[in-house]
Design a protein around this ligand. Structure first.
Ligand code: NAD
Ligand code: UDP
Length: 349
């Protein structure tokens, strides 16, 4: 039985990872400060004898005895990570230093949940791991992008300097149940809007693209990467290479939810990457991994989840979604971007 620490374990990805590790019989220690995570995501694990929960902020040192660490703690949605950008950088950088220090003391293997954002608004498409990226160091997304880049630097320096066993996975847009309904990410936003027959908010002209991976596929990649030998440390891209524009995503979600929602166009957020698609050749070669769940199937499972959530807590989540959109506009207004009215010419006739 391995003792495994999952930081950010009450969040979207972390809760699925905890579930998988508990099911496999590992002794799981979930650490979270509940900034964006939710106890409901892990409530069903609390009675298990091989699951333990600690409320803790990873920007402070942690002293526990473990064999492996999955370091996921960090808000992932732009609205959440831009809410307190200084804390976001601290979480990535101080969090990495603390978790690497812990790994060094107890000689644990440690995996970092890095991100496709390290490529910024990429000039190379699809992105391969040897591409160094095109990142704005002083923009609104920088607290996240540069924090994650610095965390990767720390991981590789601890590996070279202290011989630490590290694994770095670069995650591309992932979606599924347990996403925060008001996190402002595109899949959760569009599904919540479609289920309530509210307008679907397309940012910009909707021609920007992303590649969406279903959560179960990604968790499989986490486990496989952690179980590789010392010669496989990453960084490794993991995501679904099938690429869709935001307009295509909206059309899919409207069809699958049978919604009467119409599209409305809003200003494109600052530094919003134009396109993103992983080259997963390395993951295929080293892990024998590739996604198995395609968009329509994954969206259907996610729609079921949000639909249940709305039935159980409709009022609370309506308010949450509205507040999130208010925050979003505050962020865009600060940049003096175009107002919605100025963008009406983008709306199809
Ligand atoms: P999430 O916001 O649902 O989960 C993050 C978790 O970390 C939350 O439970 C939050 O409360 C916790 N957390 C935040 N700051 C913390 C701190 N200082 N101390 C302790 N806990 C803290 O996001 P997610 O989508 O599950 O992302 C998990 C990880 O994967 C993040 O590191 C994120 O950068 C990375 N990632 C996710 C995606 C994606 O598409 N979901 C893509 C790229 C990278
Ligand atoms: N997006 C959108 N409408 C929304 C939320 C997001 O059109 O209601 C767009 C956003 O501008 C971006 C894409 O969807 O181009 C993905 O956004 P998300 O925040 O999910 O992820 P990221 O930009 O970090 O890839």
């Amino acid at each position: 039985m391995k003792r495994i620490l999952v930081t950010g374990g009450a969040g979207f990805l972390g809760s699925h990872l905890c579930q998988r590790l508990v099911d496999e019989g590992d002794d799981v220690l979930c650490v979270d400060n509940f900034f964006t995570g939710n106890k409901n995501n892990i409530a069903h694990l609390l009675h298990k004898t091989n699951f333990e929960l600690i409320r803790h902020d990873v920007t402070f040192p942690l002293y526990v005895e473990i064999d492996e660490i999955y370091n996921l703690a960090c808000p992932a949605s732009p609205i959440h990570y831009q809410y307190d950008p200084v804390q976001t950088t601290k979480t990535s950088v101080h969090g990495a230093i603390n978790m690497l220090g812990l790994a060094k003391r107890v000689k644990a293997k440690i995996l970092q949940a890095s991100t496709s954002e390290v490529y910024g608004d990429p000039h190379v498409h699809p992105q391969t791991e040897d591409y160094w990226g095109h990142v704005n160091p002083i923009g609104l997304r920088s607290c996240y992008d540069e924090g994650k880049r610095c965390a990767e630097t720390l991981f590789f320096d601890y590996h070279r300097q202290h011989n630490l066993q590290i694994k770095v996975i670069r995650i591309f847009n992932t979606y599924g149940p347990h996403m925060h309904p008001g996190d402002g990410r595109v899949v959760s936003n569009f599904i919540m809007q479609a289920l309530q027959n509210q307008p679907i908010t397309i940012f910009g002209d909707g021609q920007q693209s992303r590649s969406f991976c279903y959560v179960d596929d990604l968790i499989e990649a986490f486990i496989r990467l952690m179980n590789t030998g010392d010669d496989c440390i990453g960084p490794m891209n993991c995501g679904n290479p099938n690429e869709f524009t935001m307009l295509e995503l909206a059309e899919n979600i409207i069809r699958l939810t049978n919604s009467s929602s119409k599209l409305i166009f809003k200003p494109l957020p600052h530094d919003d990457p134009r396109q993103r698609q992983p080259d997963i050749t390395l993951a295929k070669e080293k892990l024998g991994w590739e996604p198995t769940i395609q968009l329509e199937q994954g969206l259907s499972k996610t729609i079921d989840y949000f639909s249940q959530l709305l039935k159980s807590k409709k009022k609370a989540y309506n308010i949450l979604a509205t507040d999130t959109m208010k925050n979003a506009h505050f962020i865009y207004d600060q940049n003096n971007l175009k107002t919605t009215e100025e963008l009406t010419d983008l709306i199809p006739q």
